[in-house]
Ligand binder design. Structure first.
Ligand code: ZN
Length: 209
């Protein structure tokens, strides 16, 4: 029950899921300088409400599990940390040494790409399920499933594009740092998944709605 609370409401807790340590943790943040306590509290509650409605905790969990399970396939141990007040999350390899020395570029590319791809696969399944069950679930649940899936699908694409253009330290930025061949393959894999997702959802919409 506490895992469900963490996934839905962002409650703090530590779990072991498929042998992967997962921690939901509230970071202590000072907030902006001179920010009034009331504004800070309202912002905090508004963010929390948004994260719950858009199922951000669950989406972050699925994204990180994609990284962690792929790392496990390569016999690499990792742990997941999800910050509950900002919804920032990361998968840290627990093996000692620099990232590039531990995994190498090919394995690194697969592990990095698996986060957004897992997130996209999960959101597409959720959207498909909502469309199929439209007549059997309450309209509010249908709306929440649709909104949360579409936000996640769009956000992953925006993050990927942004990360590539900046070559930053997020998933596709790190892949871009490894070289054009790795980036081209990772983009091709993600685009194929997006096209497949659009095809599936489009067919379901014409059949069920
Ligand atoms: Zn990621």
């Amino acid at each position: 029950m506490s895992l469900i609370n963490s996934l839905v409401f962002g409650s703090e807790g530590s779990y072991s899921i498929l042998g992967i340590p997962v921690t939901f943790h509230k970071e202590s943040r000072a907030g902006l300088p001179n920010q009034s306590p009331v504004i800070k509290l309202v912002t905090e509650y508004f963010n929390k409400f948004y994260y719950i409605i858009s199922q951000e905790y669950l989406n972050a969990f699925m994204h990180e599990m994609g990284h962690a399970l792929t790392a496990k396939l390569f016999s690499l141990n990792s742990k997941i940390v999800i910050l509950t007040n900002s919804c920032n999350s990361e998968t840290r390899l627990t093996s000692a040494g620099p990232w590039k020395d531990i995994v190498g570029p090919w394995k690194g590319t697969v592990i990095l790409a698996s986060g957004p791809m897992s997130s996209l696969a999960f959101s597409t399944c959720k959207l498909a399920l909502a469309i199929i069950l439209k007549n059997y679930i309450p309209p509010l649940i249908f709306l929440v499933l649709n909104i949360s899936s579409l936000i996640c699908i769009a956000r992953e694409l925006i993050f990927v594009c942004n990360s590539i253009s900046r070559k930053d330290t997020r998933d596709y930025g790190l892949i871009a740092q490894q070289g054009n061949i790795y980036l081209a393959l990772a983009i091709a894999a993600l685009l194929t998944e997006y096209i497949l997702a659009a095809f599936i959802v489009n067919n379901l919409i014409s059949s069920y709605l």
